[in-house]
Ligand binder design. Structure first.
Ligand SMILES: [Ca+2]
Ligand SMILES: [Ca+2]
Length: 153
């Protein structure tokens, strides 16, 4: 058993690498044909509201709950830009996850290592189907650590 598990995991990694190296929606859709365990790519977008004091430098993490599965834990949302500033559009990823189905709702964590934050909405892009899913937020996060959940209708 100890030998067989890494072999199966290696197979999953090959699929993941193929999806990453292929990089196109077509190759991702092809990976999606394998079954519910297929690795697919997702990009996360967050728009911070254009209101006074909306921006933050705090750590922000997100978990996406789909109709089939969930993203693997809370994903740290960060890139080389100064993220989550007032009226900013931040894109993260693409992330390679096992197929989650249709994004149903999201959990969004904000750390206490930054000021208040007022995100307007998030969007999840499923590369395999070329579909954006919108999750309205319009939420006020205070200075402290907090996790909130939002539907993606
Ligand atoms: Ca910031
Ligand atoms: Ca950053």
């Amino acid at each position: 058993m100890r030998f067989r598990i890494p072999v199966a995991f290696g197979g999953a990694l090959v699929v993941m690498m193929t999806a990453l190296l292929g990089g196109t929606a077509a190759s991702a859709a092809k990976a999606g044909d394998i079954g519910t365990n297929a690795v697919q790519q997702y990009t996360i977008f967050v728009h911070t509201a254009n209101i006074n004091g909306a921006g933050t430098d705090a750590t922000v993490k997100m978990k996406v709950y789909g109709t089939v599965a969930e993203s693997p834990g809370y994903v740290n949302l960060d890139n080389s830009a100064d993220n989550f500033e007032r009226n900013s559009n931040d894109y993260f990823g693409p992330f390679s996850w096992f197929d989650i189905g249709r994004p149903d709702f999201i959990g969004v964590y904000k750390g206490s290592n930054g000021s208040e934050w007022y995100p307007e909405h998030a969007q999840i892009y499923a590369h395999a189907t070329g579909t954006w899913y919108t999750c309205p937020m319009n939420a006020y996060y205070g200075d402290g650590e907090e996790t909130r959940w939002f539907d993606c209708p």
